[in-house]
Design a protein around this ligand. Structure first.
Ligand SMILES: [Zn+2]
Length: 118
């Protein structure tokens, strides 16, 4: 049985590794686009590179957000409020915490905030 602390630790390590991989991919792509003459914006190759770059940037932002969530969850673990929804104060539930150790809201609040964002 894994403790919340260990799960958060694992999640943090994975996210940092992913961020390192993405940064590496990004650097490699920038270097590659410098080699191929990507100055021409009408070059279809250039458009593909721009698309891939925006995909990687989106993944980087997502991973950074995940790291922030993990940091927040660690703080709540220290404060003894881990596993409690920050919105309504209900227990988040073991199954959800198992799947998303850094979850800060219960499934009901997560669902309603997704609806609110539409
Ligand atoms: Zn809630």
């Amino acid at each position: 049985m894994t403790s919340a602390h260990d799960r958060l630790e694992a999640e943090n390590t994975q996210a940092l590794q992913r961020l390192a991989d993405l940064t590496h991919d990004f650097d490699a792509m920038v270097a590659a686009s410098r080699d191929t003459n990507a100055d021409d914006e009408h070059d279809p190759e250039g458009a593909t590179i721009a698309f891939e770059r925006s995909q990687i940037e989106a993944l980087v932002r997502q991973t950074e957000r995940q790291l922030q969530e993990v940091a927040g969850a660690r703080k709540r673990l220290d404060a003894g409020t881990y596993g409690t929804c920050v919105v309504c104060g209900s227990p988040i539930g073991d199954a959800r915490l198992e799947a998303r150790p850094a979850a800060e809201v219960c499934i009901r609040c997560a669902a309603s905030s997704r609806l609110a964002r539409r």
